[in-house]
Design a protein around this ligand. Structure first.
Ligand code: MCF
Ligand code: FE
Length: 399
């Protein structure tokens, strides 16, 4: 049994409860939360391992990453979505990517207090290292392809990658399916993969309504995205409407990424990954989080270094504070912290993200920003935090 005595606990539950002078009792799961001065009466102080922290939070999640792009820093053209995609086609994953670079990014994620990610994997290059790391990963194996002549090839390559990932499956490393997007995946391929996901009870993810170019292209407009996509498949044409694409998915099990340009479609989405910096860097626009939250559970993600400066979820929350200008700072700070904890855990299918009895003991500890007060904790943490003081995943102390 372990005891974590805290000055403050941000439970990250629905009501955003903040407890003062309380302790968390846990093993693999959180067993109890009680006032520090009631610990003695429990009679376990001598047998338990006792830790203390100024502030404890549920460990954070980064709901959308592409670790394979960790060496692509300045290789890609950030000037507009279609230009960016063209530069991805030209460069794909940098040859400079190696296990050392992947390891460095995984270590940085852990150091910032992140216990889990929603990783989009194109080639499986990060599978082994993630499966060995203490991070929880929902490991979305990507499938894409629009050219009818190559669909069988795309399917067998996917199956091969999925089988390799499944061989690594453990309590924290959980393979899943990614249908890349409506502009890049043929309906025949998407349907086959989704039947497979249903049979294997897999969670699913897809990029959706990311850019204005995507919306226009799907509506039949001859635009820059169409030109870019023609570089790969000269016979390319829109293969569904947004609504037709969404209707193929079991929305309860699907995490849709971006959704910046969704409108009436919001009502059919249950989980959305919001990546504000990536959307800014690709000039995609901003997700209307107030409208989206009426229908969907919104989780926060950084996207990959293919469209961002860092994989830090704290940097992402800071950017969220700057981007969503029309929301009161306190409300926004609570919303962003919930997006990076409770909501992201839910979207990725992990029973974590809240300090609550019965949840996984995934807990991150932080120092109190000097001068902060109980009523401002969420905002002050977002503005001043870079790293965690300590981290527990599945009840194990990682550092
Ligand atoms: O989320 C961003 C932007 N939207 C789409 N795709 C990607 C992102 N970051 C990396 N990608 C990858 C994606 O996994 O880029 C490739 C895919 O392999 C584009 S190929 C259509
Ligand atoms: Fe992405």
């Amino acid at each position: 049994m372990k005891i974590l005595k805290c000055k403050y606990i941000l439970c990250c539950d629905e009501s955003f409860k903040v407890l003062e002078n309380h302790a968390i009792i846990f093993d693999k799961k959180i067993e109890k939360i009680l006032p520090n001065d009631e610990l003695k009466s429990l009679g376990i102080l001598d047998s338990a391992q006792v830790f203390s922290a100024p502030i404890a939070l549920p460990a954070l999640f980064n709901a959308h990453t592409h670790l394979e792009y960790s060496a692509n820093k300045a290789h890609l053209d950030l000037r507009g979505f279609s230009n960016w995609l063209k530069s991805v086609f030209e460069n794909r994953i940098s040859k400079a990517l190696n296990q050392k670079i992947l390891n460095k990014e995984i270590k940085k994620l852990l150091k910032s207090g992140v216990c889990g990610i929603g990783e989009y994997s194109s080639f499986g290059l990060e599978a082994k290292i993630l499966a060995k790391s203490p991070l929880r990963s929902r490991f979305y194996c990507e499938i894409l392809g629009t050219n009818e002549a190559f669909l069988e090839q795309a399917w067998s390559a996917f199956l091969e990658r999925f089988k390799s990932a499944s061989a690594l499956k453990n309590e924290c490393f959980c393979p899943a399916l990614a249908i890349h997007s409506p502009y890049s995946t043929h309906p025949k391929l998407a349907k086959k993969a989704l039947e497979f996901a249903k049979k294997e009870s897999l969670l699913v993810s897809a990029h959706l309504a990311e850019s204005k170019d995507e919306i226009e292209y799907l509506a039949g407009k001859q635009n820059e995205l169409k030109e870019t996509l023609s570089l790969i498949n000269p016979a390319i044409k829109p293969l569904y409407s947004l609504g037709e694409f969404i209707s193929m998915f079991d929305s309860e099990k699907t995490l849709f990424i971006h959704c910046v340009h969704a409108k009436s479609e919001f009502k059919n989405l249950r989980h959305i990954a919001h990546c504000p910096r990536s959307n800014r860097f690709l000039s995609s626009g901003t997700l209307d989080i107030k409208t989206a939250a009426k229908y969907a559970n919104i989780a926060l993600g950084t996207d990959g270094l293919s469209s961002n400066l860092s994989l830090s979820i704290w940097d992402e929350m800071r950017a969220g504070i700057m981007i969503h200008k029309d929301t009161h700072l306190d409300t926004l700070a609570h919303t962003l912290l919930l997006m990076a904890t409770k909501n992201a855990a839910k979207a990725l299918g992990f029973d974590s993200g809240e300090i609550k009895a019965g949840k996984n003991a995934d807990i991150a500890c932080f120092t109190l920003p000097a001068g902060s007060k109980k009523s401002r904790l969420a905002l002050d943490l977002i503005l001043h935090t870079k790293e965690a003081k300590s981290l527990f995943i599945d009840g194990e102390k990682i550092f």
